[in-house]
Design a protein around this ligand. Structure first.
Ligand code: UDX
Length: 481
């Protein structure tokens, strides 16, 4: 099928490349001429595993081309709208880019067009799109509007396209449903076209949920809000574990083993970020208000998440007392691993807070440093985790990149000024760190016994740093038997 994708951001570019890979003829369009130029010369505007080769191969075969929105709209029989819907000051989604695409379709296209809304939008947007297309229609355009929410996760978006948990189609006409089934047929029927696995996960039938446009739109906001709620919930439970001396890893395992709950999204930490959860949650709260529904539950989900940053900074302060003049190594800036995306990344907010308290920051991220530099000047960007840890008073782990899980702790022990790791993602094994003399602080888990020297002082929450009543003798000072 001749398909056009409007918007070459995370969703648009991934969708376009994957649709080309399953055999469609795809035109991917963007208003940003510089971005188009780079894409035409094989340069991607962001890092996403496997996408680079997918774009290059399909561009080389001629199945994927980059062009202007007007040309894409003139030529595509199915048009995916994948433009941004950033948050307005009020938290509502800004739909002006969607409205503008709709007007261009209405004034440019002739014959029939299937208009597919893939950007995340408030419920009832498809209805508005339909009305708008009808009002501005000058060429007798025949059209359908479909809602087809995306569930792609950054870092695994290509795999998610080929192995989706479900495909949701919100449509009001059988013709539109038939076309959508044709578009997704290779994914629905067989994963054979998957370009990233040599052995694909076992074939299962992908659930196809066909519904009205309002319901499809709600699926998207409700899914993301539910997942955000799960994260905030486990973060609350982690706080309780910390206060009561329990272990969140075991508690989460215990909760998640209930099949009705499931293990995923029960990882506690410094909170969720990225360009989807924070904005979708806010937008859903505003939608609830407009619909006259009480969504205060979701406001609390957001508040809990916002507090995670301050709570983590308090942890750092608890260990290091005054932060002014301290050197802190930050490992991880992206909002999650396998991406270079730093939008609404909790790591950046933590870095800003630490800077405001006078700390010196040495940061490293395998992919996100270029993007972080634009948002966060005033810190030292390093070429490796070890370089960041040089003379550091503490190492802070803020994104769960695999390479931070088992670094060479023996080497790091020689590099740091003070052997302390504060892990905002519960990534490391405390025993391994203790074996190399590191104090390890994480989220919602009991701390292993401190190394002897550090044990001589313990922090009382009321009094600050206080000597123990009778400090234990260090190994070298112990009397011989
Ligand atoms: C999300 C949705 O998962 C996806 O379906 C939708 O299409 C887009 O939004 P994404 O933003 O890529 O995807 O990231 P996701 O993997 O969902 O993680 C979001 C945030 O939650 C990250 O900051 C991550 O670190 C955090 N998170 C996730 C936790 O803190 N704990 C968890 O257990 C899981």
């Amino acid at each position: 099928m001749q398909i056009s994708v409007i918007g070459a951001g995370y969703v648009g570019l991934t969708t376009a490349a994957c649709l080309a890979e399953i055999g469609h003829q795809v035109l991917c369009a963007d208003n940003d001429l510089d971005k188009l130029k780079k894409l035409n010369s094989g340069l991607l505007p962001f890092f996403e595993p496997h996408l680079d080769s997918l774009v290059k191969n399909n561009a080389a075969s001629g199945r994927l081309q980059f062009t202007s929105p007007t040309e894409a709209i003139e030529r595509g029989s199915a048009i995916f709208i994948c433009v941004g819907t950033p948050p307005l000051e009020s938290g509502e989604a800004d739909l002006s880019a969607i409205e503008s695409v709709a007007r261009t379709i209405a004034s440019t296209a002739r014959g029939y067009r299937l208009v597919i809304e893939k950007s995340t939008v408030p419920v009832q947007t498809a209805k508005r799109l339909w009305k708008h297309l009808a009002i501005y229609n000058v060429n007798g355009l025949d059209f359908d509007v479909v809602s087809n929410p995306e569930f792609l996760r950054e870092g695994s978006a290509v795999g998610d396209f080929f192995h989706p948990d479900r495909i949701v189609i919100g449509a009001e006409s059988p013709r539109a449903v038939a076309m959508m089934k044709e578009i997704y047929a290779p994914v629905l029927t067989s994963p054979a076209a998957c370009p990233i696995h040599s052995h694909c996960p076992p074939v299962h039938e992908v659930p196809l949920i066909v519904t009205d446009t309002n319901s499809a739109e709600l699926v998207k906001h409700a899914s993301n809000s539910f997942l955000a709620m799960k994260i905030s919930f486990i973060n609350l439970v982690a706080d309780a574990c910390e206060a009561a001396g329990a272990d969140i890893a075991k508690v989460a395992e215990g909760i998640g083993s209930d099949q009705r709950i499931g293990q995923s999204f029960l990882n506690p930490g410094i909170g969720f970020g990225g360009f989807c959860f924070p904005k979708d949650l806010q937008a859903f709260v505003r939608i609830g208000e407009k619909l006259g529904c009480d969504f205060s539950l979701l406001k609390e989900v957001e508040n809990i998440n916002l507090r995670r940053v301050e709570q983590f900074v308090a942890k750092v302060r608890k260990e290091l007392w005054v932060l002014r003049g301290k050197t802190l190594a930050i490992w991880g800036l992206a909002f999650k691993p396998e991406t270079d995306d730093v939008r609404f990344a909790p790591a950046l907010n933590i870095a800003r807070r630490l800077l405001a308290e006078g700390a010196r920051i040495r940061a490293y991220d395998p992919q996100a440093m270029q993007k972080a530099k634009d948002e966060l000047p005033g810190i030292t960007y390093c070429l490796s985790p070890n370089e960041a840890a040089h003379r550091a008073d503490a190492i802070l782990i803020l994104t769960e990149w695999a390479e931070f899980r088992r670094p060479d702790w023996a080497e790091l022990a020689k590099t740091v000024a003070h052997p302390l790791v504060i892990d905002g993602r519960n990534l490391c094994a405390s025993e391994e760190l203790a074996a190399h003399g590191f104090q390890y602080v994480c989220i919602g888990r009991p701390q292993l016994a401190l190394p002897t020297a550090a044990k001589e002082f313990e922090v009382s929450p009321l009094l600050g740093l206080a000597p123990l009543a009778s400090p234990p003798l260090s190994a070298s000072a112990r009397p011989l038997p």
